[in-house]
Design a protein around this ligand. Sequence first.
Ligand code: SF4
Length: 482
Amino acid sequence: MISTNPFDDDHLREECGVFGIFGHDEAAAHTVLGLHALQHRGQEASGIVAFDGQHFNAHRDLGQVADSFASESVIGRLKGHAAIGHVRYSTTGETALRNVQPLFADLEFGGFAIGHNGNLTNAYTLRRELVKRGSLFQSTTDTEVITHLMATTRGSIIDRLTHALLQVEGAYSLVALAKDMVVGVRDPLGVRPLVLGRLGNAHILASESCALDIIGAEFLRDVEPGELVVLDGSGIHSLRPFGTTERRFCIFEYIYFARPDSVVEGSSVYEARKRIGAELARESPVPADVVIPVPDSGVPAALGYSREAGIPFELGIIRNHYVGRTFIEPTDHIRHLGVKLKHNTNRAYIENRRVILVDDSIVRGTTSKKIVEMVRSAGAKEVHMRISSPPTMHSCFYGIDTPEREQLLAANHDVEEIAKIIGVDSLDFISIDGLYRAMGKGRRDPDRPQYCDACFTGDYPTALTDQHDEQPAQLSLLAEMA
Ligand code: SF4
């Protein structure tokens, strides 16, 4: 019997990744590779829509990219010189095939496909208005609101898209495909990443630069917050439909979500993580014999900590990379073993030592507790934990899957209580100012923070309209029917 993801790894999850390419004869095949590099941003479903000069061809599937696009016949059907693709962990809307992006609509001007990373914070409110005016929604995603807003206005494709985006709130990095163009847009705060690249005469959009590397494309630049870029037969065209904007990039992308080999907003993610680890060592030193990362995401921060503290770094916990998201039906006993299936201790580097464990975050604390138990039973004399993010105390409404506030350990307990719950001798988190210092920004300016850091501070950079609005009844009906 199989089940999906029985072993909660207790991390927040990035919800989507996007890719787009214009001007390559093998646009779909390159999109498959790009999505494969972005798989960490969403593993539940993926899709590609390609345009061959006459027709739009689409393939969407539940599961991972390598499985969904393995067959030559699937790629063979996705002919054309332009394509967009999307990987998804469900954001809004249940995990059903009709919610798998890119979404496609036949609008007055022709076919239009769209893929979205982020989350709109007024989607329910807009949707209710649109439904009152006669719109018939096909999915339960927030993204579909954009195509309906485009359908209810006039003008060029770009005019309609701009008009739609001027009405939405929240975070979006979008790729869209219409006849003879691929479009990329980043919301005016630039909360989620989007980069531009070039491969020969083809131009590319991707959530992260690692998706350019995999196809041998050159990184050109980030799409700027509030910028709309059009890729077509005459090159790249940049528009600024939203006027002056301020930057509030998601600082958690640096801590955990983005791949360490990506460069986002001009900074190497790997280097940023090492700097955060070094800052953490300056803020929260503790005498110890060894620094051990909780793999894999804690590795660069642990390296930074170890170098700054002058304490040896060792891979004292080894991760099994072959534990998939699909495994045997979890009985209580098997569920208890879950963390051991994924991690095992390298006893020789733990026994009789004072250990500093470095991890990127504590969400519910369930995995931390089991890892600490495992390290203690491998003979550690002391276990200290250092976390390379401030305490996660608030939910994210911008495209990251966060548990309800009641389930966030740090929303309900102080650091001392958390230390007791997870069973460590000492615990500390990097401070919010320390995090900004590590990013080269000095102290956090509460009047003008340069990043979105709302899950640590509660300072949300946009309105959260849907949070104050009653959600429309037909949405829950749709969810039940799926
Ligand atoms: Fe990133 Fe947190 Fe802001 Fe969400 S709330 S966008 S996870 S910093």
